[in-house]
Design a protein around this ligand. Structure first.
Ligand code: SF4
Length: 595
């Protein structure tokens, strides 16, 4: 048994209301560390690959990593692994807050949940104990009211839960925790709703043991010192992720605007960090054990929320031409309460606004809502329709890919998704490398790798980008096993020794890079088994047909031919064939079997 882990898991079957505790095979940790790696490996080994995401056998796995709940900076992080109802492929979706550490305190490395309850239920988990509790009185309620009720009933517990969007199987429903934190991307909340599981209430007081407590403490002391002294820490404390609004507008020219048609927004001054500090009385806050404190508590009128973050603002704000910090914060609040991923929700709203202004959908579809760009009232009405699957919201709840297919009339041109996932990050028309990153990642989210900073600093060339993206994706995979926040400024060379002192598992930076590569290949196999092909590794037509404003293709069009060339270079760099499948030689070298 390795240290740093609790060496215990819990499996729950909601259909039969049974559970069992078990001891993980230590080789899982030695080979796959934890978090995303272990979640993926478990699903593959159990043959859970081509099933329906809403079927009872789709597992919802609340996974920790060896760093979760420890002294390592940003150790709040945990991950939910499942099969996404939005993409139909593997999903790992991460959250901060305090829920991950609570899992460890409950004496668990992970909770694996399958089945489907015949009525709404919540689970109360303590060390060695699981109770199935009736949730009929909570069903239909928002995340805020539900979490407050459960925290009152269980004052020492931490809660992960869904809102109406998850109950109604909106394909981009999130799982909320700590009111304002989310396992956001890919629809894990809809999987939880399909199981009739309203909430998971977790508590305990178990302690984590370390392999070399003194050595672990010393490395963490130095890491913390370096993080605190790093110039990016102060910037994140001052400006939060919202610093990217001004940078995207003024330096990069890649601020997603008007459903990604534009890269700059005339009203951007209304939604910057500075505007939020003034209008929303921002105060810095942070997740469990984090000195970076990028989060911001916002208070205005009768409302409060943690946020808004850059991505939320780029898609519910500039993406929809909404130029008010209060309006964006309100949409953020609404999504957090309804249980919607703010990123997909924002992109879906801007898609619907463009369809409305092009005359493809009308007020007859929206229940009379005039869905114009810039209308915060229309956006709020649409978010409610989506979460409750009313009117056009029922179709939009399926995500932009399915909505565009059903609406037709050329709407796929401005449906900003890749393989079902609404894009996030920056406008590709100002940052082409993010296009390659999003098109080749296991799903199209900025959380897979952020190449925008390097492109903005002009460190990338056409030739160097495919290798750069591949290496970056692999590093992020390993970080998502450990698990550390994306905003920790130090990489695997610093984290590998910390991991060894924590767990006793010897693993070099090279070993960790190899694991990241293994995960890229295994998720690729998983996704290919679910129908992903080279044809999916592409961009929405808008990014090929309209000229780029900045970045590697400034002043030019990124043609389909040029993108196909880039894809070939990326596949070659990965050891994949021309169809985008790992070759037998690549699998052998990584010790992977075909799926
Ligand atoms: S940097 Fe921000 S998101 Fe990351 S752990 Fe700290 S407060 Fe949470």
């Amino acid at each position: 048994m390795y240290k740093g882990y609790m060496n215990r898991f819990l499996e729950v079957d909601l259909t039969h209301r049974t559970f069992r505790f078990g001891q993980p095979d230590p080789s899982l940790f030695a080979g796959w560390i934890g978090g995303k790696g272990v979640g993926l490996k478990l699903m593959v080994d159990r043959g859970l690959v081509t099933h329906d995401p809403f079927a009872p056998d789709n597992p919802l796995i609340f996974m920790t990593g060896p760093f979760t709940g420890t002294q390592v900076q940003t150790s709040a992080r945990s991950v939910v692994c499942t099969k996404s109802p939005l993409t139909g492929t593997f999903l790992d979706t991460h959250a901060g807050g305090h829920f991950g550490p609570a899992l460890k305190k409950a004496g668990l490395d992970w909770i694996w949940i399958t089945g489907e309850s015949d009525r709404p239920v919540y689970l109360h988990v303590r060390p060695g104990e699981v109770r199935f509790e009736d949730a009929a009185h909570l069903w239909g309620k928002g995340i805020f009211e539900t979490e407050k009720a459960l925290r009152e009933a269980y004052p020492k517990a931490r809660v992960a839960l869904i809102g109406p969007a998850g109950e109604n199987r909106v394909r981009f429903a999130c799982i909320g925790t700590e009111l304002y934190r989310q396992y956001g991307r890919g629809g894990a909340g809809a999987v939880m709703g399909a199981k009739n599981l309203k909430a998971l209430v977790v508590e305990g007081d178990e302690k984590i043991a370390y392999h070399d407590p003194a050595g672990f403490q010393e490395l963490n002391r130095q890491l913390t010192k370096d993080i605190v002294a790093h110039p990016n820490r102060q910037r994140r404390d001052d400006l939060g992720t919202m610093m990217w609004i001004r940078m995207g507008q003024e330096q990069g020219h890649f601020l997603p605007t008007h459903n990604w048609r534009d890269t700059q927004f005339a009203g951007y001054e209304g939604i910057t960090s500075e505007a939020c500090r003034e209008k929303l009385a921002w105060k810095s806050t942070g997740c469990f054990n984090c000195a970076i404190r990028c989060s911001k508590e916002a208070r205005w009128g009768n409302y409060e929320v943690e946020g808004p973050e850059y991505e939320t603002t780029a898609f519910l704000g500039s993406g929809c031409d909404i130029d008010s910090a209060e309006a964006v914060a309100y949409a953020n609040w609404l999504c957090d309460d309804l249980g919607l991923d703010t990123i997909s929700a924002g992109v879906v709203c801007s898609f619907a606004m463009e369809a409305f202004e092009r005359g493809i959908i009308s007020a007859a579809d929206t229940g009379g809502v005039a869905l114009h760009f810039g209308s915060a009232e229309a956006q709020a009405a649409l978010l409610r329709q989506i979460a409750h699957r009313e009117k056009i919201g029922d179709l939009l709840a399926e995500g932009t890919r399915i909505a565009a297919r059903r609406i037709g009339k050329g709407s796929d041109y401005f449906a900003i998704q890749i393989a079902g996932m609404e894009l996030s990050g920056v406008n590709i028309k100002g940052c082409a490398s993010m296009g390659l990153t999003l098109a080749t990642s296991d799903f199209a989210s900025h959380t897979r790798f952020w190449s925008a900073s390097a492109e903005m600093r002009k460190e990338l060339t056409w030739e160097s980008t495919p290798d750069f993206v591949r290496i970056g994706q692999d590093v992020v995979n390993t970080r998502n096993c450990l698990i550390v926040c994306d905003f920790v400024m130090y990489d695997l060379d610093r984290l590998a020794p910390v991991f060894e002192k924590c767990t006793g598992i010897p693993m070099s930076e090279t070993d960790m890079n190899r694991l990241g590569n293994k995960i890229s290949n295994l998720t690729r196999l998983y996704n290919i088994a679910n129908g992903r092909t080279r044809a999916d590794d592409t961009l929405p037509p808008r990014f090929f047909q309209e000229p780029h404003e900045a970045g590697l293709f400034e002043g030019r069009r990124l043609t389909r031919e040029k993108f196909a060339e880039w894809l070939d270079m990326y596949y070659a760099s990965r050891g994949w064939d021309a169809a985008g499948a790992p070759t037998p030689a690549t699998l052998t070298a990584l010790g992977l079997n075909p799926i």
